[in-house]
Design a protein around this ligand. Structure first.
Ligand code: NAD
Length: 476
Protein backbone atom coordinates (compact mmCIF):
# COMPACT_ATOMS: atom_id res chain seq x y z
CA UNK A 1 0.00 0.00 0.00
CA UNK A 2 1.26 3.46 -0.95
CA UNK A 3 -0.22 6.57 0.64
CA UNK A 4 0.21 10.16 -0.53
CA UNK A 5 -0.58 13.40 1.27
CA UNK A 6 -4.16 14.69 1.03
CA UNK A 7 -4.13 18.37 0.10
CA UNK A 8 -6.95 20.38 -1.46
CA UNK A 9 -8.96 17.25 -2.19
CA UNK A 10 -6.08 15.66 -4.13
CA UNK A 11 -3.71 12.79 -3.34
CA UNK A 12 -0.28 14.39 -3.66
CA UNK A 13 3.26 12.98 -3.27
CA UNK A 14 5.47 14.84 -0.81
CA UNK A 15 7.39 17.77 -2.30
CA UNK A 16 10.67 16.02 -1.48
CA UNK A 17 9.45 12.75 -3.02
CA UNK A 18 10.49 10.99 0.17
CA UNK A 19 8.47 8.33 1.95
CA UNK A 20 8.61 6.24 5.13
CA UNK A 21 7.23 2.88 6.19
CA UNK A 22 4.66 2.10 8.82
CA UNK A 23 5.00 -1.21 10.66
CA UNK A 24 2.52 -3.77 12.00
CA UNK A 25 3.41 -3.91 15.73
CA UNK A 26 2.26 -7.54 16.01
CA UNK A 27 4.61 -8.84 13.29
CA UNK A 28 7.22 -6.06 13.05
CA UNK A 29 6.69 -6.18 9.24
CA UNK A 30 6.16 -3.01 7.16
CA UNK A 31 2.55 -2.65 5.97
CA UNK A 32 2.52 0.59 3.99
CA UNK A 33 4.65 3.31 2.46
CA UNK A 34 3.61 6.82 3.39
CA UNK A 35 4.62 10.25 2.05
CA UNK A 36 7.15 12.05 4.25
CA UNK A 37 5.85 15.60 4.42
CA UNK A 38 7.98 18.65 5.18
CA UNK A 39 7.60 22.43 5.44
CA UNK A 40 6.84 22.81 1.74
CA UNK A 41 3.88 20.42 1.98
CA UNK A 42 2.65 22.16 5.13
CA UNK A 43 2.71 25.49 3.23
CA UNK A 44 0.55 23.99 0.50
CA UNK A 45 -1.88 22.42 2.95
CA UNK A 46 -2.33 25.65 4.93
CA UNK A 47 -2.87 27.57 1.69
CA UNK A 48 -5.39 24.95 0.53
CA UNK A 49 -7.26 25.23 3.83
CA UNK A 50 -7.36 29.04 3.61
CA UNK A 51 -9.35 29.13 0.35
CA UNK A 52 -12.60 27.41 1.48
CA UNK A 53 -12.50 29.34 4.73
CA UNK A 54 -12.15 32.65 2.88
CA UNK A 55 -14.97 31.49 0.57
CA UNK A 56 -17.19 30.95 3.62
CA UNK A 57 -17.85 27.25 2.96
CA UNK A 58 -20.02 26.97 6.07
CA UNK A 59 -22.09 30.12 5.50
CA UNK A 60 -25.21 28.54 4.05
CA UNK A 61 -28.76 28.22 5.29
CA UNK A 62 -29.00 25.85 7.09
CA UNK A 63 -25.25 25.76 7.92
CA UNK A 64 -23.45 23.28 5.64
CA UNK A 65 -21.48 21.55 8.43
CA UNK A 66 -24.66 20.28 10.11
CA UNK A 67 -25.68 18.00 7.24
CA UNK A 68 -22.15 17.13 6.12
CA UNK A 69 -21.08 16.06 9.60
CA UNK A 70 -24.15 13.81 9.92
CA UNK A 71 -23.31 12.28 6.55
CA UNK A 72 -19.74 11.79 7.72
CA UNK A 73 -20.95 9.95 10.85
CA UNK A 74 -23.01 7.59 8.70
CA UNK A 75 -20.11 7.07 6.25
CA UNK A 76 -17.76 6.13 9.11
CA UNK A 77 -20.35 3.67 10.42
CA UNK A 78 -20.75 2.14 6.94
CA UNK A 79 -16.98 1.66 6.72
CA UNK A 80 -16.49 0.72 10.39
CA UNK A 81 -15.23 -2.82 9.79
CA UNK A 82 -12.67 -1.74 7.21
CA UNK A 83 -11.46 1.24 9.27
CA UNK A 84 -11.13 -0.96 12.37
CA UNK A 85 -8.99 -3.49 10.50
CA UNK A 86 -6.75 -0.77 9.16
CA UNK A 87 -6.38 0.71 12.66
CA UNK A 88 -5.54 -2.67 14.16
CA UNK A 89 -2.89 -3.40 11.55
CA UNK A 90 -1.32 0.03 11.97
CA UNK A 91 -1.49 0.37 15.77
CA UNK A 92 -1.72 -3.22 17.06
CA UNK A 93 -4.86 -2.72 19.13
CA UNK A 94 -7.42 -5.55 19.42
CA UNK A 95 -10.03 -5.50 16.66
CA UNK A 96 -12.96 -4.97 19.05
CA UNK A 97 -11.16 -2.02 20.60
CA UNK A 98 -10.55 -0.54 17.12
CA UNK A 99 -14.20 -1.00 16.29
CA UNK A 100 -15.25 0.78 19.48
CA UNK A 101 -12.90 3.68 18.68
CA UNK A 102 -14.24 3.89 15.11
CA UNK A 103 -17.86 3.96 16.39
CA UNK A 104 -16.88 6.63 18.87
CA UNK A 105 -15.33 8.60 15.98
CA UNK A 106 -18.67 8.44 14.16
CA UNK A 107 -20.37 9.63 17.35
CA UNK A 108 -18.10 12.73 17.46
CA UNK A 109 -19.28 13.70 13.99
CA UNK A 110 -22.90 13.05 14.94
CA UNK A 111 -22.67 14.98 18.21
CA UNK A 112 -21.09 18.06 16.61
CA UNK A 113 -23.44 17.86 13.62
CA UNK A 114 -26.21 18.49 16.13
CA UNK A 115 -24.33 21.50 17.51
CA UNK A 116 -23.38 23.05 14.16
CA UNK A 117 -26.67 24.94 13.70
CA UNK A 118 -26.93 25.92 17.37
CA UNK A 119 -23.83 28.06 17.83
CA UNK A 120 -25.86 30.88 19.32
CA UNK A 121 -24.56 34.17 20.61
CA UNK A 122 -26.00 36.05 23.56
CA UNK A 123 -27.89 39.30 24.01
CA UNK A 124 -26.51 41.54 26.74
CA UNK A 125 -28.75 44.17 28.40
CA UNK A 126 -27.11 47.63 28.34
CA UNK A 127 -30.14 49.74 29.14
CA UNK A 128 -32.84 51.25 26.89
CA UNK A 129 -30.48 53.04 24.47
CA UNK A 130 -28.48 50.04 23.28
CA UNK A 131 -28.80 46.66 21.71
CA UNK A 132 -25.80 44.45 22.35
CA UNK A 133 -25.19 40.93 21.12
CA UNK A 134 -22.37 38.48 20.55
CA UNK A 135 -21.58 36.42 17.47
CA UNK A 136 -19.48 33.26 17.58
CA UNK A 137 -17.21 33.17 14.57
CA UNK A 138 -14.89 30.39 13.42
CA UNK A 139 -11.14 30.77 13.93
CA UNK A 140 -10.10 29.99 10.34
CA UNK A 141 -7.45 27.39 9.52
CA UNK A 142 -7.11 25.04 12.48
CA UNK A 143 -4.07 22.79 12.91
CA UNK A 144 -4.31 19.37 14.58
CA UNK A 145 -1.26 17.38 15.66
CA UNK A 146 -2.31 13.92 16.75
CA UNK A 147 -0.68 11.04 18.72
CA UNK A 148 -0.60 7.33 17.86
CA UNK A 149 -2.55 5.80 20.73
CA UNK A 150 -6.07 6.39 19.35
CA UNK A 151 -5.27 7.57 15.83
CA UNK A 152 -8.66 7.92 14.11
CA UNK A 153 -10.50 8.78 17.30
CA UNK A 154 -8.19 11.69 18.16
CA UNK A 155 -8.61 13.10 14.64
CA UNK A 156 -12.40 12.87 14.93
CA UNK A 157 -12.36 14.35 18.43
CA UNK A 158 -10.79 17.62 17.36
CA UNK A 159 -11.69 17.88 13.66
CA UNK A 160 -15.45 17.37 14.14
CA UNK A 161 -15.98 20.38 16.48
CA UNK A 162 -13.59 22.49 14.39
CA UNK A 163 -15.65 21.79 11.26
CA UNK A 164 -18.95 22.22 13.08
CA UNK A 165 -17.90 25.79 13.86
CA UNK A 166 -17.01 26.48 10.20
CA UNK A 167 -13.23 26.14 10.31
CA UNK A 168 -10.97 24.21 7.96
CA UNK A 169 -8.32 21.71 9.08
CA UNK A 170 -4.75 20.63 8.51
CA UNK A 171 -4.03 17.34 10.29
CA UNK A 172 -0.59 15.92 11.07
CA UNK A 173 -1.08 12.30 12.22
CA UNK A 174 1.54 10.46 14.27
CA UNK A 175 4.23 8.85 12.10
CA UNK A 176 3.59 5.46 13.75
CA UNK A 177 -0.11 5.34 12.78
CA UNK A 178 -1.00 7.58 9.82
CA UNK A 179 -3.33 5.27 7.86
CA UNK A 180 -6.84 5.89 9.19
CA UNK A 181 -6.52 9.70 9.07
CA UNK A 182 -5.68 9.25 5.38
CA UNK A 183 -8.54 6.83 4.72
CA UNK A 184 -10.88 9.33 6.37
CA UNK A 185 -10.03 11.76 3.56
CA UNK A 186 -11.82 9.49 1.06
CA UNK A 187 -14.95 9.66 3.20
CA UNK A 188 -14.75 13.47 3.44
CA UNK A 189 -14.70 13.59 -0.37
CA UNK A 190 -17.45 10.96 -0.69
CA UNK A 191 -19.93 12.88 1.45
CA UNK A 192 -19.22 16.17 -0.35
CA UNK A 193 -16.99 18.33 1.84
CA UNK A 194 -15.43 21.02 -0.38
CA UNK A 195 -11.74 20.47 -1.31
CA UNK A 196 -9.34 22.05 1.18
CA UNK A 197 -11.61 21.73 4.21
CA UNK A 198 -9.78 18.59 5.45
CA UNK A 199 -6.06 18.18 4.62
CA UNK A 200 -3.60 15.58 5.89
CA UNK A 201 0.17 15.94 5.88
CA UNK A 202 1.89 12.79 7.12
CA UNK A 203 5.46 12.85 8.34
CA UNK A 204 7.68 13.16 11.38
CA UNK A 205 7.38 15.49 14.36
CA UNK A 206 10.15 17.96 13.66
CA UNK A 207 9.88 17.79 9.87
CA UNK A 208 6.11 18.15 9.44
CA UNK A 209 4.67 18.92 12.90
CA UNK A 210 7.23 21.67 13.61
CA UNK A 211 6.49 23.71 10.45
CA UNK A 212 2.75 23.34 11.07
CA UNK A 213 3.00 24.57 14.66
CA UNK A 214 5.07 27.61 13.66
CA UNK A 215 3.16 28.43 10.46
CA UNK A 216 1.93 32.05 10.43
CA UNK A 217 -1.10 31.00 8.34
CA UNK A 218 -2.78 28.83 10.95
CA UNK A 219 -5.33 30.39 13.30
CA UNK A 220 -5.33 27.81 16.09
CA UNK A 221 -3.43 24.72 17.16
CA UNK A 222 -4.78 21.63 18.88
CA UNK A 223 -2.01 19.40 20.09
CA UNK A 224 -2.46 16.00 21.71
CA UNK A 225 0.73 14.29 22.82
CA UNK A 226 3.55 14.45 25.32
CA UNK A 227 4.41 17.29 27.70
CA UNK A 228 7.82 17.73 26.10
CA UNK A 229 6.39 18.27 22.62
CA UNK A 230 3.57 20.36 24.11
CA UNK A 231 6.16 22.82 25.40
CA UNK A 232 7.64 23.18 21.92
CA UNK A 233 4.22 23.66 20.38
CA UNK A 234 3.45 26.45 22.86
CA UNK A 235 6.72 28.20 22.10
CA UNK A 236 6.09 27.96 18.36
CA UNK A 237 2.54 29.27 18.77
CA UNK A 238 3.81 32.19 20.86
CA UNK A 239 5.79 33.49 17.89
CA UNK A 240 2.60 34.43 15.98
CA UNK A 241 0.29 34.67 19.05
CA UNK A 242 -1.83 31.66 18.08
CA UNK A 243 -4.19 30.03 20.58
CA UNK A 244 -3.37 26.46 21.56
CA UNK A 245 -5.21 23.58 23.15
CA UNK A 246 -2.81 21.17 24.82
CA UNK A 247 -4.03 17.66 25.66
CA UNK A 248 -0.99 16.11 27.30
CA UNK A 249 -0.08 13.14 29.45
CA UNK A 250 -1.20 11.79 32.80
CA UNK A 251 -0.25 9.66 35.79
CA UNK A 252 -3.74 9.20 37.07
CA UNK A 253 -4.62 7.84 40.50
CA UNK A 254 -7.24 5.17 40.95
CA UNK A 255 -8.24 5.35 44.62
CA UNK A 256 -9.89 2.30 46.16
CA UNK A 257 -11.46 2.53 49.64
CA UNK A 258 -12.16 -0.52 51.79
CA UNK A 259 -15.93 0.02 51.55
CA UNK A 260 -15.96 -0.28 47.73
CA UNK A 261 -17.48 -3.25 45.92
CA UNK A 262 -14.26 -5.25 45.57
CA UNK A 263 -15.22 -7.38 42.60
CA UNK A 264 -16.20 -4.37 40.51
CA UNK A 265 -13.20 -2.36 41.71
CA UNK A 266 -10.78 -5.15 40.72
CA UNK A 267 -12.34 -5.42 37.27
CA UNK A 268 -12.17 -1.63 36.80
CA UNK A 269 -8.58 -1.38 38.06
CA UNK A 270 -7.59 -4.06 35.54
CA UNK A 271 -9.34 -2.26 32.70
CA UNK A 272 -7.90 1.09 33.77
CA UNK A 273 -4.31 -0.03 33.09
CA UNK A 274 -4.66 -2.75 30.43
CA UNK A 275 -7.16 -1.20 27.99
CA UNK A 276 -5.28 -0.33 24.79
CA UNK A 277 -2.21 -1.94 26.39
CA UNK A 278 -2.05 0.94 28.88
CA UNK A 279 -1.45 3.42 26.05
CA UNK A 280 -4.18 5.79 27.20
CA UNK A 281 -3.46 9.30 28.46
CA UNK A 282 -6.08 8.82 31.18
CA UNK A 283 -4.96 5.29 32.17
CA UNK A 284 -5.29 4.50 35.88
CA UNK A 285 -1.57 3.94 36.30
CA UNK A 286 -1.33 4.51 40.08
CA UNK A 287 -3.44 2.20 42.21
CA UNK A 288 -3.92 4.10 45.45
CA UNK A 289 -5.32 1.49 47.80
CA UNK A 290 -6.60 1.37 51.33
CA UNK A 291 -4.06 -0.69 53.30
CA UNK A 292 -6.97 -2.45 55.02
CA UNK A 293 -7.84 -4.32 51.79
CA UNK A 294 -4.54 -4.19 49.97
CA UNK A 295 -3.56 -7.85 50.16
CA UNK A 296 -6.84 -9.51 49.11
CA UNK A 297 -7.29 -6.83 46.44
CA UNK A 298 -3.86 -7.46 44.91
CA UNK A 299 -4.46 -11.20 44.97
CA UNK A 300 -7.63 -10.81 42.92
CA UNK A 301 -6.04 -8.19 40.68
CA UNK A 302 -3.05 -10.36 39.73
CA UNK A 303 -5.31 -13.35 39.08
CA UNK A 304 -7.41 -11.22 36.77
CA UNK A 305 -4.42 -9.81 34.93
CA UNK A 306 -2.89 -13.25 34.46
CA UNK A 307 -6.15 -14.45 32.91
CA UNK A 308 -6.01 -11.77 30.17
CA UNK A 309 -5.16 -12.97 26.67
CA UNK A 310 -2.30 -11.14 24.93
CA UNK A 311 -1.68 -11.48 21.19
CA UNK A 312 -1.97 -9.92 17.73
CA UNK A 313 -4.83 -7.42 17.52
CA UNK A 314 -6.33 -9.24 14.50
CA UNK A 315 -7.00 -12.28 16.78
CA UNK A 316 -9.00 -10.02 19.08
CA UNK A 317 -7.24 -10.72 22.37
CA UNK A 318 -7.77 -8.71 25.58
CA UNK A 319 -4.47 -6.91 24.98
CA UNK A 320 -2.41 -6.33 21.83
CA UNK A 321 1.21 -5.22 21.46
CA UNK A 322 2.69 -1.80 22.18
CA UNK A 323 2.81 0.48 19.16
CA UNK A 324 6.48 0.45 18.16
CA UNK A 325 9.96 -0.91 18.82
CA UNK A 326 10.96 2.42 20.36
CA UNK A 327 8.02 2.41 22.75
CA UNK A 328 8.65 -1.26 23.60
CA UNK A 329 12.17 -0.27 24.71
CA UNK A 330 10.83 2.61 26.73
CA UNK A 331 8.22 0.56 28.63
CA UNK A 332 10.71 -2.23 29.33
CA UNK A 333 13.15 0.44 30.52
CA UNK A 334 10.60 1.53 33.13
CA UNK A 335 10.04 -2.08 34.22
CA UNK A 336 13.79 -2.41 34.84
CA UNK A 337 13.87 0.98 36.57
CA UNK A 338 11.05 0.04 38.96
CA UNK A 339 13.01 -2.99 40.09
CA UNK A 340 16.15 -0.89 40.56
CA UNK A 341 14.12 1.56 42.64
CA UNK A 342 13.10 -1.29 44.95
CA UNK A 343 9.49 -1.90 43.91
CA UNK A 344 8.41 -5.50 43.55
CA UNK A 345 6.94 -7.06 40.41
CA UNK A 346 4.04 -9.27 41.54
CA UNK A 347 2.86 -10.17 38.04
CA UNK A 348 4.16 -9.68 34.48
CA UNK A 349 7.46 -7.91 34.10
CA UNK A 350 8.33 -8.67 30.49
CA UNK A 351 7.37 -10.49 27.31
CA UNK A 352 4.49 -12.96 27.66
CA UNK A 353 5.42 -16.59 26.99
CA UNK A 354 4.88 -17.87 23.46
CA UNK A 355 5.10 -14.50 21.68
CA UNK A 356 8.50 -14.32 20.01
CA UNK A 357 7.86 -11.45 17.62
CA UNK A 358 5.92 -8.23 18.05
CA UNK A 359 6.10 -5.55 20.72
CA UNK A 360 4.30 -7.50 23.46
CA UNK A 361 4.53 -6.80 27.19
CA UNK A 362 2.59 -8.71 29.85
CA UNK A 363 0.37 -6.68 32.21
CA UNK A 364 2.72 -5.75 35.03
CA UNK A 365 2.02 -4.77 38.65
CA UNK A 366 4.59 -3.13 40.92
CA UNK A 367 3.81 -3.55 44.61
CA UNK A 368 5.79 -1.69 47.31
CA UNK A 369 6.03 1.43 45.16
CA UNK A 370 6.62 4.73 46.96
CA UNK A 371 5.14 8.04 45.81
CA UNK A 372 8.60 9.52 45.14
CA UNK A 373 9.76 6.71 42.84
CA UNK A 374 10.00 7.55 39.15
CA UNK A 375 7.62 4.68 38.30
CA UNK A 376 5.06 6.44 40.52
CA UNK A 377 5.72 9.91 39.08
CA UNK A 378 6.39 9.53 35.35
CA UNK A 379 4.03 8.48 32.60
CA UNK A 380 5.02 4.99 31.36
CA UNK A 381 2.19 4.70 28.81
CA UNK A 382 2.09 0.91 28.94
CA UNK A 383 0.36 -1.84 30.98
CA UNK A 384 2.44 -1.13 34.09
CA UNK A 385 0.70 -0.37 37.38
CA UNK A 386 2.32 1.13 40.49
CA UNK A 387 0.59 0.26 43.77
CA UNK A 388 0.64 2.81 46.59
CA UNK A 389 -1.02 2.07 49.93
CA UNK A 390 -2.74 4.62 52.20
CA UNK A 391 -4.08 4.62 55.76
CA UNK A 392 -6.65 7.42 55.63
CA UNK A 393 -8.44 9.76 53.25
CA UNK A 394 -5.95 12.61 53.77
CA UNK A 395 -3.04 10.39 52.77
CA UNK A 396 -4.94 9.12 49.72
CA UNK A 397 -5.53 12.72 48.64
CA UNK A 398 -1.92 13.68 49.17
CA UNK A 399 -0.73 10.77 47.01
CA UNK A 400 -3.37 11.49 44.35
CA UNK A 401 -2.31 15.13 44.01
CA UNK A 402 1.41 14.46 44.44
CA UNK A 403 2.42 14.38 40.77
CA UNK A 404 3.00 16.98 38.06
CA UNK A 405 -0.02 15.74 36.08
CA UNK A 406 -3.75 16.28 36.63
CA UNK A 407 -5.69 14.60 33.86
CA UNK A 408 -8.18 12.25 35.56
CA UNK A 409 -8.76 10.43 38.86
CA UNK A 410 -10.86 7.39 39.77
CA UNK A 411 -12.55 7.01 43.18
CA UNK A 412 -14.08 3.76 44.37
CA UNK A 413 -16.22 4.00 47.50
CA UNK A 414 -19.80 3.45 48.61
CA UNK A 415 -19.65 6.61 50.73
CA UNK A 416 -21.11 9.37 48.57
CA UNK A 417 -19.94 12.11 50.92
CA UNK A 418 -16.37 10.91 50.69
CA UNK A 419 -16.61 10.63 46.89
CA UNK A 420 -17.88 14.21 46.61
CA UNK A 421 -15.35 15.56 49.12
CA UNK A 422 -12.49 14.05 47.14
CA UNK A 423 -13.95 15.02 43.78
CA UNK A 424 -13.75 18.60 44.97
CA UNK A 425 -10.19 18.37 46.29
CA UNK A 426 -8.42 16.32 43.61
CA UNK A 427 -6.68 18.48 41.03
CA UNK A 428 -7.72 16.81 37.79
CA UNK A 429 -9.94 17.65 34.84
CA UNK A 430 -12.17 14.55 35.14
CA UNK A 431 -13.26 12.52 38.15
CA UNK A 432 -14.67 9.00 37.73
CA UNK A 433 -16.67 7.61 40.65
CA UNK A 434 -17.24 3.84 40.78
CA UNK A 435 -16.47 3.35 37.07
CA UNK A 436 -13.12 4.05 35.47
CA UNK A 437 -13.34 5.84 32.07
CA UNK A 438 -16.96 6.87 32.80
CA UNK A 439 -18.05 9.67 30.45
CA UNK A 440 -18.28 9.94 26.69
CA UNK A 441 -18.01 12.11 23.63
CA UNK A 442 -20.49 14.44 25.34
CA UNK A 443 -18.37 15.17 28.44
CA UNK A 444 -15.57 17.79 28.52
CA UNK A 445 -12.09 16.35 28.72
CA UNK A 446 -8.75 17.99 29.46
CA UNK A 447 -6.06 18.53 32.01
CA UNK A 448 -5.09 20.43 35.13
CA UNK A 449 -1.41 21.15 35.82
CA UNK A 450 1.02 19.66 33.25
CA UNK A 451 -1.72 17.59 31.65
CA UNK A 452 -2.51 20.68 29.60
CA UNK A 453 -5.29 23.20 29.16
CA UNK A 454 -8.32 23.82 27.03
CA UNK A 455 -11.07 21.24 26.74
CA UNK A 456 -11.88 18.70 24.06
CA UNK A 457 -15.17 16.77 23.78
CA UNK A 458 -18.64 17.95 24.67
CA UNK A 459 -20.00 21.39 23.85
CA UNK A 460 -17.04 22.80 25.75
CA UNK A 461 -14.71 21.97 22.82
CA UNK A 462 -16.55 24.44 20.59
CA UNK A 463 -15.07 27.28 22.66
CA UNK A 464 -11.63 26.40 21.28
CA UNK A 465 -12.80 26.59 17.68
CA UNK A 466 -14.76 29.83 17.84
CA UNK A 467 -14.00 33.40 18.79
CA UNK A 468 -16.53 35.78 20.22
CA UNK A 469 -17.32 39.13 18.63
CA UNK A 470 -19.41 41.67 20.52
CA UNK A 471 -21.63 44.10 18.60
CA UNK A 472 -22.89 47.13 20.56
CA UNK A 473 -25.50 49.35 18.89
CA UNK A 474 -26.64 52.78 20.10
CA UNK A 475 -30.31 53.42 19.32
CA UNK A 476 -30.90 57.04 18.34
P1 NAD B 1 4.55 12.99 21.02
O1 NAD B 1 4.48 14.30 21.69
O2 NAD B 1 5.87 12.37 20.83
O3 NAD B 1 3.91 13.05 19.58
C1 NAD B 1 2.59 13.51 19.34
C2 NAD B 1 2.52 14.15 17.98
O4 NAD B 1 3.41 15.28 17.95
C3 NAD B 1 2.96 13.24 16.82
O5 NAD B 1 2.15 13.50 15.70
C4 NAD B 1 4.38 13.71 16.56
O6 NAD B 1 4.82 13.48 15.24
C5 NAD B 1 4.27 15.20 16.84
N1 NAD B 1 5.54 15.84 17.18
C6 NAD B 1 6.63 15.30 17.78
N2 NAD B 1 7.60 16.21 17.91
C7 NAD B 1 7.13 17.36 17.38
C8 NAD B 1 7.67 18.67 17.22
N3 NAD B 1 8.90 18.97 17.62
N4 NAD B 1 6.89 19.61 16.66
C9 NAD B 1 5.64 19.33 16.26
N5 NAD B 1 5.08 18.11 16.36
C10 NAD B 1 5.81 17.14 16.91
O7 NAD B 1 3.58 12.04 21.83
P2 NAD B 1 3.30 10.50 21.57
O8 NAD B 1 4.39 9.73 22.17
O9 NAD B 1 2.96 10.29 20.14
O10 NAD B 1 1.93 10.30 22.35
C11 NAD B 1 1.88 9.90 23.66
C12 NAD B 1 1.55 11.08 24.56
O11 NAD B 1 0.31 11.66 24.18
C13 NAD B 1 1.39 10.65 25.99
O12 NAD B 1 2.03 11.57 26.83
C14 NAD B 1 -0.12 10.71 26.18
O13 NAD B 1 -0.53 10.86 27.50
C15 NAD B 1 -0.51 11.86 25.33
N6 NAD B 1 -1.94 11.82 24.99
C16 NAD B 1 -2.79 12.72 25.58
C17 NAD B 1 -4.16 12.69 25.31
C18 NAD B 1 -5.11 13.67 25.94
O14 NAD B 1 -6.22 13.80 25.47
N7 NAD B 1 -4.72 14.38 27.00
C19 NAD B 1 -4.66 11.72 24.43
C20 NAD B 1 -3.78 10.82 23.86
C21 NAD B 1 -2.41 10.88 24.14
Amino acid sequence: MDYHLYINGQWTPSASGQTFETVDPATEEPIATVARGTAEDINQAVEAARAPFAGGWWRTKPPAPARLLYDMARAIERHAGELAELETRDSGKPLNRSLAEVRSSARYFEFYAGAADKLFGTQIPLGPDYIDFTIREPMGVTAHIVPWNMPLNMVARSVAPALAAGNTCVVKPAEQTPLTALRLADLFAEVGFPPGVYNVVTGFGEEAGGPLASHPGIDSMTFTGSVETGRRIMRAAAEHIKPVVLELGGKSPHIIFADADMEIAVAEATKAITANCGQVCSAGSRLVIDNAVREPFLEQLTARMEALSVGPGMDNPDMGPLVSAEHYQRVNGYIALGQEEGAQVITGGGRPAGLERGFFVAPTVFDQARPDMRIAQEEIFGPVLSVLGFSDEEEALEIANGVAYGLVAGIFTNDINRALRLAGRIKAGQIYVNEYYAGGEETPFGGYKQSGFGREKGLEALQSYTQVKNVAIRIR
